[in-house]
Design a protein around this ligand. Structure first.
Ligand SMILES: [Cu+2]
Length: 348
């Protein structure tokens, strides 16, 4: 019966989720009962002491002090609050004590995606784009056009294993939230925060950013995928062998293809059009290669590989005239930037 209070919560899917839910449930019942008592007494007294028909005004009796009452209404809430403190503190200690054997995954937030790096270097990122048509900016438009919307790579974690998340951000404050695991923590630029969990159910869950971080905050979502441990290890090993392919020489066509996928996945298309002349937040990136671009300090520079590399790695180094310095730092490897540069070069 006391479970009624839990009906609005998503299914508990981490080892400590159930304990948190009991605290939540107990506190809800205590406050619920107190609410009924106080409001019940209020309504009862309104009727009991109302002015009856035909009665004339009566002066309200004057009360000052009742030691008995004061002791009661101080002692009872104090005991209740101390009780709540202990049950909550017990869980707080659990959630703040990261097990030593935990698998560490580095998570970086940035406008508007999450990057996950596993201990063996495998790197995955969330995204939000319409596969096959960068012009369709919302899930709704994309699905209406019969295309598939992508949330990028899931955060894959092993079942029944302790996972430690090392959290930071490269631009503004984001917040890492997986409701089913009952974990939430800010990702703050310039420092690291930690959280841990042990998934107890396989399946897919939602990862949210819960700190308003700009325009596309609502799309800063990801998928958390819990798989059995052997499946996880096999996946990680397979991805690691794929990751070493990262370094292998790609042909120009392959690089262009990779760059084309990356500008969607990395979120560049939110601010840049890849057709000539179209301004979004930033300048169009098609047809700029080999031409001169005017900077806000009056200088002119030639758009070559070095300029593009610098513009992507260190966006505030040179600001294009007529544009705000609004480009966030990017979390991309040199190989990835090279692919994007080849793609930009290919756009005439
Ligand atoms: Cu965010």
């Amino acid at each position: 019966m006391w479970q009624i209070m839990l009906a609005i919560l998503p299914e508990p899917a981490s080892s400590f989720a159930g304990e948190w839910d009991s605290v939540y449930s107990i506190v809800s019942w205590i406050t619920g009962i107190a609410f009924l008592l106080v409001e019940g007494a209020l309504i009862y007294f309104i009727f009991k002491y109302r002015r009856h028909k035909g009665e004339s005004d009566k002066e309200t009796p004057f009360f000052t002090h009742s030691t008995k009452m004061e002791i009661l209404w101080t002692a009872i809430p104090t005991v209740i609050v101390i009780f709540i403190f202990f049950i909550a503190a017990k869980n707080f200690v659990t959630i703040r004590t990261i097990p030593k054997d935990a698998l560490e995954i580095s998570v970086t937030g940035q406008k508007w995606q999450w990057t996950f790096v596993y201990p063996n270097g495998v790197k995955k990122t969330t995204a939000h784009y319409c596969e096959g048509d960068a012009n369709l900016k919302t899930l709704h438009d994309c699905e209406a056009a019969g295309k598939k919307w992508s949330w990028g790579d899931p955060l894959v974690v092993p079942l029944n294993k302790n996972v430690r998340i090392k959290l930071t951000s490269i631009d503004v404050i984001h917040s890492f939230f997986i409701p089913e695991f009952r974990v939430k923590q800010d990702a703050v630029p310039g420092t690291y925060n930690f959280l841990w969990f042990k998934p107890i159910k396989t399946g897919t869950f939602r990862l949210f950013c819960t700190e308003y971080c700009g325009d596309l905050h609502s799309q800063m979502l990801g998928v958390v995928k819990v798989v059995p441990e052997n499946e996880f290890n096999a996946w990680l090993a397979k991805e690691a062998s794929g990751a070493s392919e990262e370094g292998k020489e790609l042909s120009v066509e392959e690089l262009v293809e990779k760059g084309k996928g990356l500008v969607q996945k990395a979120g560049c298309t939110a601010c840049h059009a890849f057709v000539p002349g179209k301004r979004i937040v930033g300048p169009a990136l098609a047809g700029i290669f080999g031409k001169e671009v005017k900077l806000n300090n009056g200088q002119k520079v030639m758009v070559d590989e070095a300029y593009l590399m610098e513009s992507i790695k260190d966006p505030t180094a040179k600001i294009v005239a007529g544009f705000p310095p609004a480009m966030p730092p990017q979390n991309l490897s040199d190989n990835e930037i090279k692919a994007i540069i080849e793609y930009i070069k290919s756009l005439k």
